[in-house]
Design a binder for this molecule. Structure first.
Ligand code: PLP
Length: 390
């Protein structure tokens, strides 16, 4: 054992984390400040402003939770759900299922609207379920990381024609890669993570709450059972009151601040276009190799690309080969899609032409070595064509 840990430099193309720009890592080397230092408060204010821009919201209560995306999910559900109330949960993958399970843990009577994994939700079914219920909360996972499916969050606000409702959206695999449009889409509460489209290391969960969501929280009969994730108490630390709640992970927040600043320097639109083009090039490349995507084009994510494993290919052997010989991490399928798909994340700093071309070349080599007939060079050539056309 050496005295220090020397991890290899991987190309992170899994479902997250994605690679981090050196500038973001550099930001973590800045001097540590205490969590009640006025200079650290400036950093917090900047994070709030930048997060509002990236979430596309004017919500005052917008900040980072100390914890990963799951902590953001728990914060939204624990604060908004009251014991025994009905909640409509859209489920077409592993993370929709997790929202349903967590909502139940926080006391909800969950009304699941389900579709098969990798298939679109039936929005009429969502509407009918909501109409028949007494639910005042509806949840949807924007980017279903388990399948590569983009769900139609922009259609949720029409549910308010039926009854007023708090709309909760999981933006863990979309924020920073896809437009989320919190205000435009009438979303009341949303959570994400630091390690995917945002481009910082894992450890923080950006969240945002609208006034409608805060009104629901303020009118609770009892305070939420969670103390650590109580949004109203956390807000007293993030707002001008600056009431101590917990010791903030300051270095992580420096990294988040830097990553968000990079996003705004690139420009949101430009960043979304980069993710769209990278994904299009990737799809063109894998299809050029004779492989197929899981999700229909109109529902596909740019951030997470699910490729069907060709019959006869050894899922684990291919992934292991990519990791150990080419330093590329990709994700496996899980749940009903275990052994059926590879999940290739192209998010944040990892969403680049160089990564797409390197991955396609490595996958081609790996499959050929394992006896597959893959047309030589066709994948990378098809991807390059997309970039040439723009
Ligand atoms: N929601 C979605 C859609 C996710 O993809 C993930 C993780 O990948 C989570 C929630 C949980 O996030 P974390 O693993 O950062 O806790």
């Amino acid at each position: 054992m050496s005295n220090s840990f020397h991890p290899p430099q991987r190309i992170l193309l899994g479902p997250g984390p994605s690679n981090v720009e050196p500038r973001v890592l550099q930001a973590m080397l800045a001097p540590l400040l205490g969590h009640m230092d006025p200079v650290y408060f400036q950093c917090m204010d900047e994070i709030q402003g930048l997060l509002r821009s990236v979430f596309e919201t004017g919500n005052r209560v917008t900040f980072s939770i100390s914890g990963t995306g799951g902590a953001g999910m728990e914060a939204c559900l624990a604060n908004l759900i009251e014991e025994d109330e009905e909640v409509v949960v859209c489920v077409n993958g592993f993370f929709g299922q997790r929202v349903a399970e967590l909502a139940e843990r926080w006391g909800a009577r969950v009304l699941r609207v389900e579709a098969e994994w990798g298939q679109p939700l039936d929005m009429q079914m969502v509407r009918d379920t909501f109409k028949k219920s007494k639910a005042r909360i509806v949840t949807m996972v924007h980017a279903e990381t388990s399948t590569g499916m983009r769900n139609p969050i922009e259609e949720l606000k029409s549910l308010r024609d039926v009854r007023d409702a708090v709309l909760i959206v999981d933006a863990v695999t979309s924020l920073g890669a896809h437009p989320v449009g919190i205000d435009r889409n009438g979303i009341d509460a949303s959570y994400s993570c630091s390690q995917k489209g945002i481009g910082a290391p894992p450890g923080l969960a950006p969240v945002t709450f609208s006034e409608r969501a805060l009104d629901k929280i303020r009118s609770r009969k009892k305070p939420p059972r969670t103390w650590y994730l109580d949004i109203q108490i956390l807000d007293k630390y993030w707002s001008s009151d600056r009431v101590y709640h917990h010791t903030a992970p300051a270095l992580m927040n420096y990294a988040l601040r830097e990553a968000l600043a990079i996003i705004m320097e690139e420009g949101l639109e430009t960043r979304w276009q980069r993710h769209e083009r990278t994904s299009r090039a990737f799809v063109s490349g894998v299809e050029g190799m004779g492989l197929e995507m899981l999700v229909a084009p109109e529902h596909r994510l740019w951030s997470l690309n699910a490729v069907k494993i060709p019959p006869g290919a050894d899922d684990a052997r291919v992934r292991n080969h990519l990791l150990t010989r080419h330093n590329i991490e990709i994700g496996s399928g899980f749940g009903t899609l275990k052994g059926k798909i590879w999940r290739v994340g192209l998010m944040g700093h990892s969403s680049s032409e160089a990564n797409v071309l390197y991955f396609l070349t490595a996958l081609e080599q790996t499959l050929r070595e394992q006896g597959f007939e893959v047309p030589q060079g066709r994948g990378p050539t098809a991807a390059r064509e997309v970039y040439k056309k723009g």
